[in-house]
Design a protein around this ligand. Structure first.
Ligand code: GAR
Length: 189
């Protein structure tokens, strides 16, 4: 049985899609959703789906107790689904090629510190990009710079609002994140 843990900071729509996707398969479970935001709405959504959740404080994040917490779930992969803090190198060295992030742009464009959510789509619009998309990548010590696993593109119309771009990109995220995770798990054996 493959075990996933998901780190999420906000609404958790991707986390929920992943949970629902693997609920329909027999070989993978989402063991828990971990959050650094006590008020994240993903917490209520997980409760409704009977998925264990854990809140961790900023003080715990990256500490040996935090690594113990991750280890306690024996995760095959750690999934960042809208988790906005940088993962400390202490954690990365314990889980090489096991931490996966989704980013709402075609990296290396529009990545880096402060580039999340609407900030990304605003920059895409301001630069009059004709396409945007989603990048799924391994996490390394630098924001959004780990090896890219998969990218999915969508056309952007010049008249699209930031909200419309966000919607198009989110649609791609919901469609592709879970199947891409499944592919990685299969590849890892
Ligand atoms: C997603 O669009 C994800 O790509 C983005 O946060 C959103 C979370 O949405 N992540 C980043 O920008 C990371 N740099 P969700 O909480 O509804 O899944």
């Amino acid at each position: 049985m493959n075990k996933l843990i998901i780190l999420a900071s906000g609404s958790g729509s991707n986390a929920i899609k992943i949970i629902e996707y693997f609920e329909n398969l027999n070989d993978t479970i989402v063991s828990a959703v971990l959050t650094d935001n006590r008020h994240a709405s993903v917490l209520d959504k997980c409760k409704a789906l009977d998925i264990p959740t854990v809140y961790f404080s900023a003080a715990l994040f990256g500490s040996s107790a935090f690594i113990d917490l991750l280890n306690s779930f024996y995760p095959d992969l750690i999934i960042l689904a809208g988790f906005l803090k940088k993962i400390p190198s202490e954690v990365i060295v314990k889980y090489p090629d096991k931490i996966i992030n989704i980013h709402p742009s075609l990296l290396p464009k529009y990545g880096g510190k402060g580039m999340y959510g609407a900030n990304v789509h605003k920059a895409v619009k301001e630069n009059k990009e004709l396409e945007s998309g989603v990048s799924i990548h391994y996490v390394n010590e630098n924001y959004d710079e780990g090896q890219i696993i998969a990218q999915y593109k969508v056309d952007i119309d010049i008249d699209d609002s930031i909200e419309q771009i966000a919607k198009k990109v989110q649609r791609l995220e919901h469609l592709h994140f879970a199947p891409t995770i499944e592919t990685i798990l299969k590849k890892n054996g």
